[in-house]
Design a protein around this ligand. Sequence first.
Ligand code: ZN
Length: 323
Amino acid sequence: MYNIAIDLGGTIVKIGLLHKGKVLNMVLLDSRRLLGLEANLNRIREEIDRLLSLQEIDAARLGGIGLAFPGLVDSVENRVISTNKKYDDACRIDLNQWVKQNWNVQFFMDNDARMAVVGEWRHGAAKGFDNVVMMTVGTGIGTGVIINGQILYGKHFQAGSLGGHIVLDYRGRKCSCGNVGCVESVASSFFLPSIIREHARLSASFKRKAEKENYDFKEIFHLAAAGNADALLLRNECMDVWAAAVVSYIHAYDPEIVVLGGGIMKSGDIIIPHIQQKIDRYAWCPSEKVILTAANLGDRAALAGIDYQLRKRERKKHGTKNI
Ligand SMILES: [Zn+2]
C-alpha cells in the first residue's frame, strides 16, 4: 500500500507519496498561509492527484492520507483544536469529509513536530531508542516526545508539543501565543526581526543592515563564521536559549536522546557541540549521559511520521504485520 503525507509548514507545504516509510516522490508548494487552509486545499488536492497518477497508483493501492499540522490537533477526531497565526481557519474545516469526498481512504492528522519525532524515532536519528525528545527550529519552535516507546499526547493532545512555549524570561517579549518570554519569542526565525531590533547590545549599523536585508539565521550564522561581532553575539545567545530549552526538556521528559531538526541544522557542526557542552554542564541526569544529535531525515521527518501512523492503523484494521 501507498500513503500520501502532507506537511503543512509555516512557509512551505510538502506533499509526499510514501511506501513503507520511504518518500518515493515529493512536491513543495509555497504555503500562502496568510490566506488560510481553505485557500490551499484545491492546490493540495490537485498535487495529490498528480503524484498518484505520476506513480500510476490507483485508488485500490492508496492506503491513506495524513496531515501534519502546525498547531494543536485532536488526532482521534482528526480536527484542529487550536492554531497560532498559521492557517487560522483550520479549526472550522472538516478534513475527514475532504478526504472522504475526494479519495474515500482512511485519514489521519496530528501535530507536525510530534510527527517529526515519530519519523526520526522509527526511521531516522533516534531509531532504536525508546525515550526521545525532538526540537525543531523552523519558523517557530516545535517539540515532540516519545516516552517508553509511546508517543506522548496527554489529556488534550498537547503534551510534549508546546516546548517552544516554555518560559525562559518571564519579563521578556510577548509571544505570539499570548504568553511572555517563551523560547520561541527569544530565539526563533519568526521573532528574529524583533530580537535584532530590540537588542540592547547590537550595533546600530548591524540593526540597519539586518532590517534592510531581512537577515535570517542562515545569514546570522554565515556572518558569525566570518567573524562579525554582532552576528557572533546574536548567534551565541540564540544557541544558549536553545540549550536552556533542551536542558528543560531533559528535566521534564528524561530522554536518552535529543534530536535537533529544522533549517538551522545546516549549521549543526556549530550548534550540536555548543548545546552538548551546555547539557553536560547543566542538565541534572546523573544516571546516563544524554545523547544530542542532528535529525537525519531533514524536511521529510514529519512525512515519515505520518506514514508510520497510517501504516500502524492499517495493520490494526487488517490484523497483519506487513503493510
Ligand atoms: Zn509562546
